[in-house]
Design a protein around this ligand. Structure first.
Ligand code: ADP
Ligand code: MG
Length: 751
């Protein structure tokens, strides 16, 4: 059963190196080490371009020594300076009191150099870099091969060596790339018979997909003889990753379906009917549809695991509320017969602002009578102790039937009397683990996950592959819609000015305006938990100019200095503010006491002020597609048409500009999500915690490998159908069993 892969690293590569690996990359076993894959490969004949190396970052480059000189410096030390080149530019290497290195770093020697890039008098340099010269490695390789000291063999070996790509591993200051390379070499030599590794994937599957066996894949990815070796190996490993992930997700879905929770059937003519009758609008067909599906699933003892995907402002909250009402009314089996009401629901929101808003709108929608019966409570980490204690008590005693909260809901001290339903709002900010932590507070409660943004199918498959999906594709009728425009500030300065005048007109008409900025102040970027948007990773580095970002502070100053804004009531909202302060501002804005709110992306998700009709986004190129779409969803939610002006400095034709224009061109979130995926040239769509609960994905990129993911999904479903017990793939079966065991352990741990 591939026990070699479970061997701990200290026994294989030595205690000190193993410790360094554990610290740097969290590697513990031989398996971990083998999955510690090269980030890229260099051809030995090819030098790394040195121009534009990022200052302050740790780099690994392949280069050639140009020249070396040593000189005495003050206080009797010596300074050795070498220059390495890529054939065009050069990079300075400096060493203090290590003059002996001049013997190694001879002009013309090639090798890999690693260190942190700094700048000295306009010249890029590495101070005390680590390096590994090929000549010595070459000699080692040849002496290893050349037991018979034949000249010919040496030459052949030298040739082969010259062709061999150099793997470049993720590196830290303590573990440069070649240390990884050496460690893998050691592991592969230390009796690990890689050729004999059992392959978890059945042979016929491998053949059908056209991938090589696990052992050779590891060998070829770490020690390629030619460039095509690592390409083939990497494709194979990537497919494995996709396949095993899909198999695990499908299996989790299967296991979940086999669990027994509590049936929460609807009560005819009960609270739900009362609630519906009180709604100021009629539910859309899609809301009703999703509602029916959910009602049916709640009525069964098999716990629901459903994803509700809906366009921004499509009215998911009311769907969730109706589910909560059904749960609250359904009589639970173990409840005393005289108990008035049934189970409890918990709504998990990503930010304090959102939790508070949900709580307010829930109380409002319920009306006084239902509020009294259901006793909704708010739970956040920053609330006063006495209030918190009261809320906790109401939940533990079963008096409160609805809990709305942030991460605070997950903490140990929170217990429920009878948790029947979990609603996770804007899920992309939570990992599977968090959903799980909350789930463990009940007896297999039903789960409803609502996404903030429409998600492309491949992403949904990767992140939520264990959930069934419902869609709400249309926003409720009667909305005036949103018009969006890109406003190129540099090309059209008059348009930009016009944007501000337009804001004044809106305010004069009694409506409200958001201004969104990428930064809080000149110096401070918004990087707090509030800014954990889905796409902070895809900022376009090509627009990283030195110009100061538009900030909340500066915008307030600028507008405050204008005489035409004199009577405008302005306020700011940022993640740096205290929760109660944020809440106070949001309330004032919702109550119409503020005309213009200058904010960061804190207002991104779910914030609902129907009277807000206009949004100006400054430096719009700083935001991702889905973020912009989310942001503008804050306006045009009421009877007034929404207007979103995206101010930008991005030049025409750049990706940044394309993104903004894509957002301006359509309000269909599903279409945008697909386009967004296309526009992302690199980076991943998943947060680290969101790869389906798996350890982080190594090679799979949802944005790039959609087809592969679909294929893997099909094949995994196929296999499970043909062979539910996986008798044809015992290793896979064992892997899944291990996962199930972990899940069960977590279950036991809580009781
Ligand atoms: P989201 O799906 O983005 O979470 P919300 O649930 O916040 O959207 O709903 C947005 C707004 O639409 C709310 O003010 C809500 O009251 C309103 N709404 C929901 N359903 C309907 C409907 N069927 N008709 C009219 N307005 C609705
Ligand atoms: Mg919402």
């Amino acid at each position: 059963m591939n026990a070699e892969l479970d061997r701990l690293l200290p026994g294989v590569i030595g205690g000190r190196t193993a410790e360094a690996f554990e610290k740097a990359f969290g590697l513990q076993t031989v398996r971990d080490l083998l999955w510690h894959l090269p980030r890229r490969y260099h051809e030995r004949g090819e030098l790394t371009p040195l121009a534009g190396l990022p200052i302050g970052e740790h780099v690994t480059v392949l280069a050639q020594v140009l020249d070396v000189r040593s000189r005495q410096i003050q206080r009797g030390g010596s300074l050795l300076e070498a220059r390495i080149t890529d054939g065009v530019g050069s990079l300075r290497l400096t060493f203090f009191n290590q003059a002996w290195r001049a013997k190694e770093l001879v002009s013309g020697a090639r090798g890999i150099f690693a260190g942190k890039v700094s700048e000295y008098r306009g010249q890029l340099q590495l101070q005390h870099p680590d390096y590994e010269l090929f000549d010595t490695a070459d000699a080692n390789a040849i002496s290893r091969l050349g037991q018979e000291k034949s000249q010919q063999l040496d030459e052949a070996a030298a040739m082969a060596f010259a062709l061999r790509p150099v793997p470049i591993y993720p590196a830290t200051a303590r573990v440069p790339s070649w240390v990884s390379q050496r460690a893998v070499e050691l592991a592969l030599e230390a009796g690990l018979d890689i050729g004999e590794l059992e392959d978890p994937l059945p042979k016929d599957l491998r053949k059908a997909v056209g991938i090589i066996a696990l052992g050779p894949a590891f060998e070829m990815v770490h020690q390629p003889e030619h460039a095509r070796d690592w390409r083939i190996a990497r494709d194979s490993l990537r497919f494995r990753e996709a396949f095993e992930l899909q198999l695990a997700l499908l299996d989790r879905r299967r296991r979940a379906a086999a669990l027994t929770g509590t049936a929460r059937p609807a009560v005819e003519g009960g609270l739900l009917a009362m609630f519906d009758a009180g709604l100021p609008f009629t539910l859309t067909p899609e809301q009703l549809d999703a509602g029916d599906t959910i009602a049916r699933e709640l009525a069964s003892a098999a716990p629901m695991h459903r994803l509700l995907q809906g366009e921004v402002g499509s009215g998911k909250t009311v769907v969730a509320m109706r589910a909560m009402l059904q749960v609250a009314e359904a009589p639970a089996e173990h409840q005393a017969p005289d108990a008035m009401l049934g189970g409890q629901s918990a709504l998990l929101a990503p930010t304090e602002v959102l939790a508070a808003q949900h709580f307010r709108s829930i109380t409002e929608m319920l009306g006084p009578a239902l509020t009294e019966r259901l006793h909704p409570v708010l739970l956040t980490s920053k609330m006063p102790v006495a209030e918190r204690r009261k809320a906790l008590l109401a939940l533990a005693s079963g008096q409160a039937h609805i809990a709305v909260g942030t991460h605070a809901l997950l903490s140990k001290g929170v217990t429920f009397y009878d948790l029947g339903l979990i609603v996770v709002d804007e899920q992309h900010r939570f990992g599977v683990e968090q959903r799980e932590a909350l789930r463990l507070k009940g007896n297999n409660p039903h789960v409803l996950v609502m996404t903030a943004t429409p998600i492309p199918r491949t992403v949904a498959l990767t992140v939520f592959g264990d959930l069934e999906t419902s869609f709400i594709r249309r926003v409720p009728p009667g909305r005036q819609g949103i018009e969006s425009f890109a406003v190129p500030v540099q090309e059209r300065p008059r348009w930009a000015e016009r944007a501000w005048l337009r804001a004044l007109e809106e305010i004069a008409a009694g409506r409200q305006v958001y201004v969104v900025c990428p930064a809080i102040s000149g110096a401070k970027r918004e990087d707090g938990d509030e800014a954990l948007g889905g796409d902070q990773f895809d900022r376009d580095t090509s627009t990283k100019e030195t110009v100061e970002l538009a900030s909340v502070e500066r915008t307030l100053e600028e507008l405050g200095a204008r005489s035409d804004f004199r009577d405008v009531r302005m306020a700011s909202l940022t993640g740096a503010m205290k929760p109660d302060e944020k809440d106070r501002v949001m309330r004032a804005f919702a109550a119409g006491k503020i005309d213009l709110l200058v904010a960061t992306t804190v207002i991104e998700v779910g914030v609902n002020v129907p009277n807000a009709s206009m949004m100006i986004v400054r430096d719009a190129e700083r935001f991702g597609v889905s973020q912009l779409h989310q942001l503008r969803g804050r306006v045009g939610r009421g009877e007034h048409a929404g207007l979103c002006l995206m101010l930008t400095n991005a030049a025409p034709g750049t990706v940044a500009r394309e993104r903004i224009e894509a957002v301006a061109a359509t309000t269909d979130g599903f279409e945008l999500a697909e386009q967004d995926l296309q526009l992302r040239r690199e980076g991943d769509v998943l947060g680290t915690a969101q790869s389906g609960g798996h350890s982080t994905l190594k090679l799979l990129r949802v944005a790039e490998h959609g087809e592969l993911i679909e294929r893997a999904r099909e094949l995994a479903a196929d296999l499970l159908e043909r062979d539910p017990e996986l008798t044809s793939a015992p290793l896979l079966a064992a892997q899944l069993a291990e996962e199930a065991r972990q899940a069960a352990l977590a279950n036991i741990a809580k009781s």
